[in-house]
Design a protein around this ligand. Structure first.
Ligand code: FAD
Ligand code: SF4
Ligand code: SF4
Length: 472
């Protein structure tokens, strides 16, 4: 343990070491390499330990930010981890993929004039340090034998499960895929979020007593009623995400070599196609790939395609750079790696040969008109401005919505017409004993918002079950 240091008034964050763009563009190793202990301690001394803790208000899982950062500044990383993990069940994940600039760091007073404290970077360091250095297994609290089922093992489900296990509930997570983690495993690529690390954090939840059952599609293997009436679960949390891809409904979308980003990224990440031939699932993308869309999913798909060996990878987006919904950091990384941005361009047809394979895409140039309902300027096609790009593969990344299976198999579960489950302020659904949160409720959003919902639902379920058992 070191001594407390003097406040560090540097206007900028300690630089995050990174793999150089020209090297990382052809490997799946992590782009950001993480702080050393020395760097983390130096960045921690930029924190002013504000009494009113504005940064905490920006964190949906209420991480006690100044407290854990103070411990890092002292060099007491174990205590920093204890503080961090008391409210955050997946800190190594959050330290990497949280949109910190819109969450905790957007409230940091150091950010008013200069750069905010690198809260996410310090969090990542602490979580990684613990995973590398902790030797003792976690001890689960005494079990109260009240069974709670969680549908889906993404960040919402895992957070709800972890919080309930910490309170002594007998928690089982049911996951449709053969591996737990949701989008953390099948969507976000290895070079941003190593899969071994996600599994390490899930293992810590198992040590707390959370049981995880994979290959269990709820709505097929058991209905929600069967879970409660036959399997003895007293409450259920639905965190089934938004895994149903949207398409553009343009000519040529059924050609061979048109993927949804979901399918493409699932093959690359979950089925480990990037490790082929060591792993069993190959993926063929050819040399020229276009990704349609401008969000984080599109950036991940484009950067993955490049790493798989494509020579030319395009992002095709109908608005301008200013409206790109992806995180600025992801856009910068994609540009540095050589992704070609075709902005103000809208696909009108995917072109193919007689054998049914993609040969290219036809787009029309756009200009920005008046703002639409979302407040963004509406893209308007410029007549006669069509142009073609020769391609081998097209990846569609224009959005996802919740899968309709649970809605279709649970008549008393009220949902919006677009598929989202309807909940009240406590995240209770229309069905007695069932709560929901994360992307299944909001549509595609973020890891930390899903985790915040999992946390809130765990508190609601705890209150409900306590009241129920007091009544009996
Ligand atoms: P999910 O993570 O989707 O998990 C739901 C789980 O439920 C899945 O494992 C699914 O298989 C399972 N399931 C579904 N139906 C059933 C059923 N009937 N029975 C059993 N199991 C079921 N957010 C960020 O904050 N930062 C990022 O950098 C970021 N990058 C992203 C990149 C990609 C490619 C994608 C797709 C998303 C990204 N997001 C990012 C968004 C973020 O990952 C999601 O908002 C978040 O994962 C939602 O969590 P969730 O728990 O609600 O759902
Ligand atoms: Fe910030 Fe995310 Fe960590 Fe909360 S979990 S402190 S929002 S990086
Ligand atoms: Fe530290 Fe910034 Fe939070 Fe203040 S607002 S306690 S400086 S992280």
């Amino acid at each position: 343990m070191g001594e407390k240091r003097k406040p560090n008034m540097s206007p900028v964050k300690v630089t995050m070491p990174e793999q150089p763009a020209e090297i990382r563009r052809s490997n799946f190793g992590e782009v950001a390499l993480g702080y050393t202990a020395e760097m983390a301690m130096e960045e921690a001394t930029r924190c002013l330990q504000c009494k009113h803790r504005p940064c905490v208000k920006g964190c949906p899982v209420n991480v006690r930010i100044p407290e854990f950062i103070a411990k890092v500044a002292e060099g007491d990383f174990l205590e920093a981890y204890r503080i961090l993990s008391s409210t955050n069940n997946l800190p190594a994940v959050c330290g990497r993929v949280c949109p910190q600039e819109k969450q905790c760091e957007s409230r940091c007073v150091r950010g008013i004039k200069h750069e905010a404290v690198g809260i996410g970077r310090i969090e990542r360091f602490v979580a990684d340090w613990y995973l590398e250095n902790a030797k003792d297994k976690l001890v689960p609290p005494p079990c109260n034998h009240r069974k709670v089922a969680i549908v889906g093992s993404g960040p919402a489900g895992l957070t709800c499960a972890g919080d309930l296990a910490k309170l002594g509930y007998d928690v089982t997570v049911f996951e449709a895929f053969h591996v737990a983690g949701g989008v953390l495993m099948y969507g976000i690529p290895e070079f941003r979020l190593p899969k071994a690390l996600v599994q390490s954090e899930i293992k810590l939840l198992s040590e707390l007593g959370v049981k995880i059952k994979c290959d269990m599609v709820i709505g097929r293997v058991f209905s929600l009623d069967e879970l409660m009436e036959e399997e003895g679960f007293e409450a259920i949390f639905i965190g089934s995400g938004a895994g149903l891809p949207s398409f553009m409904n343009i000519k040529g979308e059924n050609l061979n070599q048109v993927y949804s980003a979901n399918e493409f990224l699932t093959r690359v990440n979950l089925m480990q196609a990037w490790r082929w031939p060591e792993a069993a699932t190959p993926i063929n993308i050819g040399k020229r790939v276009a990704v349609i869309g401008g969000g984080n999913v599109a950036m991940d798909a484009a950067r993955s395609a490049q790493r798989l060996g494509a020579d030319e990878v395009y992002i095709i987006y109908r608005r301008s750079e200013e409206e790109l919904p992806a995180r600025l950091e992801e856009v910068e990384h994609a540009k540095d790696e050589g992704i070609i941005f075709k902005l103000l361009s809208n696909p009108v047809e995917i072109l193919g040969n007689d054998a049914g394979w993609v040969t290219g895409i036809r787009c029309i140039s756009m200009e920005l008109g008046e703002p639409d309902a979302s407040g963004r300027r509406r893209p308007v096609a410029i007549p006669g401005s069509e142009f073609d790009i020769e391609l081998d593969t097209v990846i569609v990344a224009i959005g996802q919505s919740p899968n309709p299976l649970l809605r279709d198999t649970t008549p008393d579960l009220n949902c919006h017409s677009w598929g989202g489950i309807i909940v009240d302020d406590t995240l209770a659904t229309s069905k007695e004993g069932v709560w929901a949160g994360g992307d299944a409720v909001t549509g595609a959003a973020t890891v930390i918002l899903a985790m915040g919902a999992g946390k809130q639902a765990a508190a609601s379920i705890d209150e409900y079950l306590k009241a129920k058992h007091e009544e009996v």
